[in-house]
Design a protein around this ligand. Sequence first.
Ligand code: FES
Ligand code: FES
Length: 156
Amino acid sequence: MNKIITFTVNGKKRELNVDVRSSLLDVLREIVGMTGAKEGCGVGECGACSVLVDDLLVDSCIYMAVWADGKSIRTVEGECRDGKLSSVQKSYVEKGAVQCGFCTPGFVMASTAFKERFKDKTFTRDDIRREHAGNICRCTGYESIIEAVEQSMEED
Ligand code: FES
Ligand code: FES
């Protein structure tokens, strides 16, 4: 069974006819053409598929596309504006927090959510670790990712 849903992806309105069984990840990748979010585990364990729905971090592989009806979706592609990386993206590059890059779109969205949530608040490294606990990286190591988050918190 299909359903027409409407949402915005990175600020652009989309009206789509989707299979009600489709995950948001599949719709983003296969219909919308946003392939930044990746499918790692497909069961909500690795965070490679992380996107923001109404500014909340979700695992899009286990978030039904129909649940996104009327909502605002942000993916890693939308964080780069007018060719300029976001402070989070820039910090990941500068701190060497990327190797193969498979997990990076999900981490960047988790860090973006962290930055927006902890803006103007005090936080610790444990807060960073906890708020990224749903994201797994198999190759970089987490220290450089934590450093990237810390650097991004000092920038606009
Ligand atoms: S692919 Fe969604 S959590 Fe792993
Ligand atoms: S950079 Fe390779 S899995 Fe994280």
